[in-house]
Design a protein around this ligand. Structure first.
Ligand SMILES: [Zn+2]
Length: 452
């Protein structure tokens, strides 16, 4: 009865919000969970759920996995709106259940916040768990990386039936396989990358504290790690990238190895970190039974992912949006700009310090903005957001000329100024800045609302 009431309430609030033109996804769930606290546990019964968590790449991995199972003809739903806490996830399950609580679809692709994972994993009994990676993120919210790791570990222990798809190259993530009975399906990169290594969030062995050695590195603390003292080491992944044939501005060509067979594929999102997301998605989709060949073929079709390398066009000027929220992710975006963009371009940094961005913006000092000024074409520079001055100062220390950095506030003015330059624009916003700029861009482009 409680579930029935909660479902009716959930569906009504959702309908009302849509009639008002809002995509609110957390509110209905929040109200319904008050009436029926175990709504998520009840509604997820009979749904084969893929639960995706980790610091970076959750959304992109979810979209790629979705593409694969859609192409394979599976009946599924996903929490595409970005509400990845329990209430948002519960609301998504409610929207995809009948009024009597029976599932309307067979599969669910669910992105889950790292801190919420502990609770959510125990309730949905996931068929597959994907952990993309663990980096330092929003210090004021999560504390140290080990706390994030332990929170995820707690969730994994509640889901012994799930196939565990873990990043083999991340010493933190890979340790989640220890002491649990789950079937393991590792993914990773078998070849080094020529990225600037940047800051390592995990220089020391998680078992014994000795410094890791590496047979090869990809970026940050990822790569062929091994501990010379206790023997903790990277294990061979079931799904891996065995060669990168080309990094292109719009995508990458790479060779994947899936359970011992080779599959060359084109990944429709650029930059090296999206190869990791592709491998993670391949591990998940093939764990659900999608044929490897078919899954690899779907990688070409994931192009626009909400705020992650998403592209727009204003008056013929291409605009790409790359969400940045922590040093590791920001370094990857900067590597992409410095390494991949030929000719003139404009870089726009939008730094907000709202709760959803992380109120501590000191992480920008751990990101290597210097790489933008270390040769080649220097970009035009605009900064914006509540902490625009901090951002300007950071760019100045990185090597920008003082008068080269413009501060422009307001999304409309910002987009107009950016597009006026006539050169390709790359916007690197924090989370709340991404939401508001994206909404303005979508309006200007006449695009879809995010919850559709
Ligand atoms: Zn060790």
């Amino acid at each position: 009865m409680r579930l029935f009431l909660a479902l009716i309430l959930c569906k009504l609030i959702r309908l009302a919000l849509r009639l008002l033109g809002r995509g609110g996804t957390a509110l209905p769930g929040k109200a319904a969970l008050k009436i029926c606290p175990d709504m998520l546990g009840k509604l997820s019964k009979g749904v084969a759920t893929v639960l995706i968590t980790g610091t970076n790449g959750k959304t992109t991995t979810a979209r790629m996995t979705e593409q694969m199972i859609r192409d394979a003809g599976y009946s599924y739903f996903a929490n595409r709106s970005g509400s990845n806490l329990e209430r948002g996830i519960a609301a998504e399950f409610a929207a995809n259940s009948t009024i009597f609580g029976r599932p309307k679809r067979t599969y669910a692709i669910i992105e889950c916040d790292e801190a919420a994972f502990r609770t959510v994993a125990g309730k949905v009994a996931p068929r597959v768990i994907v952990v993309t990676n663990i980096f330092r993120d929003q210090l004021d919210r999560f504390g140290e990386v080990t706390r994030t790791l332990e929170s995820i570990r707690e969730g994994v222990k509640k889901a012994p039936e799930a196939v565990l798809c873990l990043n083999a190259d991340c010493s933190l993530t890979a340790s989640l396989a220890e002491g649990v009975p789950n079937t393991l399906r590792l993914f990773g990169m078998d070849v080094p990358l020529e990225e600037s290594a940047g800051v390592s969030d995990a220089p020391r062995c998680i078992r014994c504290g000795a410094e890791y050695a590496y047979s090869f590195r990809t970026f940050a603390h990822l790569g062929g790690f091994f501990c010379p003292d206790c023997g903790y080491a990277r294990q061979r992944p079931a799904v891996s990238i065995t060669a990168v044939r080309a990094f292109l501005p719009e995508g990458s060509e790479a060779d994947f190895m899936i359970d011992g067979a080779a599959y060359p594929a084109y990944v429709g999102l650029p930059a090296a970190y999206n190869l990791y997301n592709a491998a993670a998605a391949l591990a998940a989709a093939t764990a659900l039974g999608v044929p490897a060949q078919k899954a690899a073929g779907s990688l070409a079709d994931t192009r626009d992912v909400f705020g992650r390398m998403e592209s727009f066009e204003i008056n013929g000027v291409p605009i790409r949006m790359i969400l940045v929220k922590n040093p590791a992710g920001c370094d990857r975006a900067l590597d992409y700009l410095a390494g991949m963009i030929q000719g003139e371009y404009l870089a726009v940094f939008c730094l907000n310090d709202n709760v959803a961005d992380g109120t501590d913006v000191s992480w920008i000092w751990d990101s290597g903005f210097e790489r933008l000024f270390s040769g080649g074409t220097e970009p035009g520079l605009i900064v914006s957001g509540t902490r625009a001055e901090d951002m300007r100062l950071r760019l100045k220390y990185a090597g920008a000329r003082e008068d080269a950095v413009r501060i422009i506030q307001g999304d409309g003015a910002l987009i107009a100024a950016a597009a006026a330059g006539g050169v390709p624009v790359y916007i690197l916003p924090t989370y709340t800045a991404m939401l508001s700029i994206r909404s303005e861009l979508t309006r200007l482009c006449g695009g879809r609302k995010f919850w559709e």
